[in-house]
Design a protein around this ligand. Structure first.
Ligand SMILES: Cc1ncc(COP(=O)(O)O)c(C=O)c1O
Length: 385
């Protein structure tokens, strides 16, 4: 057994990030200014030239995407029950109604085959989530988008480095929201970015992100700008800061190397699981997993006890874990607000009952990975029926 506790997640931050953040602070332009603009340009280049706006979070991005797409009271937005609360809360914040559709039991992503029957006259958008960093079937969702004239907002909180067929997630023609939260593959502490292909929608998102000020007012502190601005919309305060962007620029430079390490770790975990009563993550052909999460599923029929018991065993063996996700319809708020109840989304519930997210981050050593696998092996072999 390991002597020290292995945390579930840790960021990969070092001297370069510290130097960049320190430089940003010393520049005196600590909130949104030139470094954020440079970070947006870097992100855009990474994503094959799509237009990008850096924001305070992925949640902020999805909220603005819905508002700028004209989605509001009376409208329905289709999403998955297998997600974090943010994906559903933003729909409620926009005044619209979330309509949940069950998941594909292999990937944990919304099942595109189940979406069409839930599309009705009130449906205005689909908000799919690239669960764990495995892309959803974007072609199938884009086909529905075109057939029914819908907006698609991709929740790519887990998917900054995912690829689907020909391109990276974020380059398939939809509004796409990334998260740079502390645990994410690229972190700015808190932060996010929104890809917005339509320039008119982008103008609206940009304005809404900073109080609803007219665009000219953005640069009102430089020597060419005037003090004058107008408020065009009741906006929000969702901008990124230069301190965050400074960290983000370094993280983006490191991203390919960090991803390489994530892939190595995921492969090493998968190889070590052979023979254990578990189902490793399923990967569809022609996609690249971002390995934000390693969602292992325990074969509950083969063991005594449940997923919670195995988590308890792993904690006792000094291995930190997590669970992604508690399905939306099992939370009391959404049951009260939307009338959902246990049993409504059986695939999501089945996935949840057996899922354990294993530690997976670039600063893990191979020894750490082996400790995870060995601990699982000990925990499960003691529980074999
Ligand atoms: C699927 C999903 N969507 C959205 C979010 C929200 O991201 P943020 O914290 O950047 O708002 C998260 C957060 O972890 C998430 O897991």
């Amino acid at each position: 057994m390991r002597e020290t506790f292995l945390p579930y997640n840790q960021p990969d931050l070092g001297a370069e990030e510290i130097a960049a953040v320190s430089q940003a602070i010393q520049s005196n332009w600590i909130t949104r200014a030139g470094i954020t603009t440079q970070f947006e340009a870097d992100l855009s280049a990474y994503l094959d030239g799509v237009p990008v706006l850096a924001l305070s979070s992925c949640t902020a991005g999805m909220h603005l995407a819905l508002l700028a797409s004209g989605i509001g009271p009376g409208d329905e937005v289709i999403t998955t029950p297998y997600t974090f609360a943010a994906s559903v809360n933003v729909i409620l914040h926009a005044g619209a109604t979330p309509v949940l559709v069950d998941i594909d039991p292999d990937t944990g992503n919304i099942d595109p085959n189940l979406i069409e029957s839930r599309i009705g006259p009130k449906t205005k958008a689909i908000l799919p989530v690239h669960y764990a960093g495995h892309p959803v079937d974007i072609d199938a969702i884009n086909t529905l988008r075109d057939r029914y004239q819908l907006t698609v907002i991709e929740d790519a909180a887990h998917a900054i480095a995912s690829r689907y067929h020909r391109g990276k997630v974020g380059t398939h023609g939809n509004i796409t929201a990334f998260s740079f939260y502390a645990t994410k593959n690229l972190t700015t502490g808190e932060g996010g970015a929104l890809v917005v292909p339509d320039p008119d929608v982008m103008d609206k998102v940009r304005m809404l992100s900073l109080h609803g000020m007219s665009r000219d007012a953005w640069n009102r502190y430089d020597n060419k700008a005037s003090w004058f601005y107008t408020i065009e919309l009741a906006g929000f305060k969702y901008n990124m800061t230069d301190i965050q962007a400074a960290m983000g620029r370094v993280q983006l430079k490191k991203l390919d190397a960090m991803q390489k390490r994530r892939h190595h770790i995921a492969d090493r975990i998968s190889a070590g699981l052979e023979g254990l009563p578990v189902t490793p993550p399923h990967i569809r052909p022609d996609v690249e997993h971002a390995w934000h999460i390693y969602p292992l599923r325990i074969e509950l029929d083969a063991i005594d006890g449940d997923r919670g018991d195995v988590i308890g065993d792993l904690t006792a063996l000094n291995i930190g874990t997590s669970v992604h996700f508690i399905p939306i319809h099992l939370h009391p708020f959404y049951q009260r607000q939307l009338g959902y109840k246990p049993g409504d989304f059986p695939q999501a519930e089945r996935f949840y009952a057996s899922e354990i997210s294993l530690p997976l981050y670039p600063t893990m050593t191979d020894r750490d990975v082996d400790d995870v696998v060995n601990a699982l092996s000990v925990a499960l072999s003691h529980r074999l029926r």
